[in-house]
Design a protein around this ligand. Structure first.
Ligand SMILES: [Zn+2]
Ligand SMILES: [Zn+2]
Length: 149
């Protein structure tokens, strides 16, 4: 029981400590700092429980594995880096965009996802930047430097 509580706290804490939605793989890396040896299956299971309990919400990006963020956040949107695949929160909103639909239509909701280069990736020259597979994780900072082999 004690162990389970600690695992869940580490997983929730991993998401709470960054201001962006995390993939399961990113949660695993962060949670392992608190609970060495925590497994992917444990992370999956606890993310599902935390989502069922309403603590976390899934962020769905087209063609991507789900990301998780704390629930109850203000209306916001997301930015996804095309190079490291990380998702970020974007504050601000273009509004209802009701003027985009034909007359007689009613807009009830919207989703806005911006794509581009995050502040970490933009510092690496384009030609030496890795082209990661969809869903792969490349940590920010020095690890972005291409390895000379
Ligand atoms: Zn990036
Ligand atoms: Zn909006």
């Amino acid at each position: 029981m004690e162990r389970h509580t600690r695992q869940r706290a580490a997983i929730r804490g991993a998401i709470a400590s960054v201001n962006r939605p995390l993939s399961v793989a990113e949660v695993l890396v962060a949670a392992q700092q608190q609970v060495p040896g925590i497994s992917l299956a444990t992370v999956y299971r606890n993310l599902r429980i935390l989502a069922d309990e309403g603590e976390l919400v899934q962020v769905k990006l087209p063609g991507e594995s789900p990301r998780y963020e704390l629930s109850g956040r203000e209306h916001h949107h997301h930015f996804q880096c095309r190079y490291c695949q990380r998702a970020f929160e974007v504050y601000g909103c273009p509004g209802t965009l009701a003027h985009l639909v034909p007359p007689g239509f009613l807009v009830e909701d919207h989703e806005v996802i911006l794509y581009g280069q995050c502040s970490g990736c933009i510092q690496v020259p384009l030609e030496s930047r890795p082209r990661p597979q969809a869903g792969s994780i490349i940590p920010p900072g020095n690890n972005l430097q291409p390895s000379r082999s």
